[in-house]
Design a protein around this ligand. Structure first.
Ligand code: FAD
Ligand code: DLZ
Ligand code: SF4
Length: 506
């Protein structure tokens, strides 16, 4: 045999660089369900089932294309538990001339890949991952010499580079960004489309039984299981989103509603991140829907910005700053993650809703992650590394390259403002404006202090007071520091007392 091609669980793309240059007649593919990968954080059971089933379906897709695939299931007696162990066994068995891989998405696995040539005394080709639109080197070149790495400017470059939503060298509609039109709270009586689900087939049912048996002690509900696990079904789910939800995606991007876990979101990050959907094709489809008059520009632009802007940008930051970024803690936060992040058992209706749907669906939309669970952790001073491990475990779309910058940078300001221009800290008033959670809450959102007051309020002002030196120089936070300074001494004391007694009870 000539090449042994190791395909990782988030590389389920037939045009992957490691496969593109290989020959199905002479080369062999290796894929494996591994304890180390399922356990480096204790992933949600739905996430493990999703990935194992998508991997098994992808192995079948490759076999259909003529590849020889060695697929090692979790319960295979020859399973070695890790990428390195499994490669070792496969090399001993097949004696390949070389190993070929596409670069891993996570730093942890990339280091492993780099160790293999010396360890196995074999050439190991590590090829670039061309499913991303901006390579780490190209991102570094974009950032070199800039004082600030602002997403908005990166995004404009990506629009120019891809030609998406461009009219010549100008942005379609005359503006790069239509966010000013995108901040509407949703009403419960709006038509709310549901993501297109798929009933489990025989392969998925087998995986569900395996995960039930082997990962009984992991977080999260395994069923109902409705994720797409094939390329065709992921594409159908995306097409359904474009027809039913995309037109309102922009308008209600920041909204939250009790009992509506998905609103007008696409629920495609699990598919994009493991390779079932292609980011550029997805954006081209959205642009085509806008050009055909089926979706408004604010929706198409808002959506495309998330993918060629935010998604590529956070990956660029990740590779620029790793290793070390995972230990960022600019605000010096050390509190342990409260137990209700796992149980949902809290009187705070907004946190309960976000955690409960996370347990049920391995999904929460962006504003729930940022402004509910993230905001609470920021205000309460939770250790950002503990929070990072939580986000990495609980969402079906979570991989460190995308989760870590979102958690450490965007949500916790733990990188000191490299990624976010200001801390995403907000009191209950913001949550009340953007959601209907507060009406059903045991706390009173309009009260700042006292035992019945919404905890986000005292914690917010206490956060401003505690960090005034670190954040007060930011013009957008200086205003809040000035407001705090105008409170009477007695009110400031009540804020400190309320925050302290709430935190003591966590
Ligand atoms: P939509 O709202 O429909 O957006 C469409 C697509 O845009 C998403 O599928 C995603 O690919 C992309 N996108 C949107 N926002 C971002 C963003 N901030 N960063 C990167 N891509 C984005 N996203 C992940 O894919 N994996 C994660 O592990 C992850 N962890 C996060 C942790 C925190 C604390 C926060 C605040 C955000 C995190 N995000 C993560 C970003 C975002 O919340 C999810 O991409 C989004 O909620 C996925 O749902 P969706 O597919 O319905 O997205
Ligand atoms: C996330 C994950 C899980 C849960 N399980 C596996 C697995 O069993 N086998 C595998 O190849 N990949 C898995 N993955 C994805 C890997 O962790 C992923 O490829 C790396 O995080 C990318 O750097
Ligand atoms: Fe959340 Fe406060 Fe509203 Fe309750 S009152 S739902 S804790 S923001």
């Amino acid at each position: 045999m000539r090449s042994l091609i190791l395909v990782l669980g988030d590389q389920l793309t037939p045009t992957l660089t490691s496969l593109a240059g290989a020959d199905p007649a002479r080369d062999r593919v290796l894929m494996a369900e591994l304890w180390d990968e399922a356990g480096y954080v204790r992933h949600h059971r739905k996430k493990i089932a999703f990935l194992f089933s998508a991997m098994r379906h992808f192995a079948a897709e490759l076999r259909g294309l003529g590849w020889t695939v060695d697929y090692v299931t979790l319960d295979d007696p020859d399973n070695r538990g890790s990428f390195t162990g499994q490669l070792d066994a496969a090399i001993a068995q097949h004696r390949p001339e070389r190993v070929v891989v596409t670069e891993a998405g996570e730093w942890r696995v990339r280091r492993m890949q780099e160790s293999w040539a010396a360890r196995f005394s074999l050439p190991v080709d590590i090829l670039p991952d061309e499913r991303f639109l901006c390579s780490p080197a190209s991102f570094a070149a974009w950032g070199a010499g800039r004082k600030q790495l602002r997403m908005e400017y990166f995004y404009r470059d990506m629009r120019r580079r891809t030609g998406l939503l461009m009219e010549g060298d100008q942005p379609a509609g005359g503006r790069w960004n239509f966010d000013a039109e995108n901040r509407k709270p949703a009403r419960a009586d709006l038509f709310m489309p549901r993501p297109r689900g798929v009933a489990p087939d025989a392969i998925t049912r087998e995986v569900l039984a395996l995960v039930e048996a082997r990962f009984g002690d992991h977080f999260g509900d395994l069923e109902p299981f409705w994720f797409a696990v094939t390329r065709a079904d992921a594409e159908a789910a995306f097409a359904a989103f474009v027809e039913t939800a995309l037109p309102k995606f922009g308008d209600y991007q920041d909204a939250m509603l009790a009992g509506e876990p998905f609103l007008y979101h696409a629920v495609i990050a699990p598919y994009l991140n493991c390779g079932l959907l292609d980011p550029l094709l997805v954006c081209r489809q959205v642009e085509a829907a806008w050009r055909a008059g089926r979706v408004p520009l604010n929706a198409a632009e808002g959506f495309i910005r998330q993918i060629i802007g935010w998604r590529e940008y956070v990956r660029g930051i990740y590779w620029l700053k790793m290793p070390g970024y995972e230990r960022s803690n600019f605000l010096g936060h050390t509190r342990k993650l409260p137990g209700f992040y796992w149980t949902g058992e809290t009187d705070m209706a907004c946190v309960r809703a976000a955690v409960t749907q996370t347990r049920e669906q391995a999904y929460a939309h962006h504003i729930q992650r940022l402004m509910i669970t993230g905001n609470f952790a920021l205000l309460a001073g939770i250790d950002p590394h503990e929070l990072h491990e939580w986000y990495l475990a609980v969402y079906a779309d979570a991989y460190e390259w995308v989760e870590l910058p979102n958690t450490v940078g965007m949500s916790q300001f733990a990188d000191g403002g490299l990624l976010a221009s200001k801390p995403y800290a907000a009191s209950g008033a913001y949550i009340d404006r953007m959601s209907d959670y507060c009406g059903g809450c045991a706390y009173e959102v309009k009260q700042r202090t006292g035992p019945r007051a919404c905890p986000f309020n005292a914690l917010y002002w206490d956060f401003i007071a505690r960090h005034r030196e670190r954040i007060g120089r930011n013009p957008r936070m200086a205003q809040m520091v000035r407001t705090y300074d105008k409170f009477a001494d007695a009110e400031r004391a009540r804020i400190a007392d309320s925050a302290a007694s709430f935190l003591a009870g966590l």
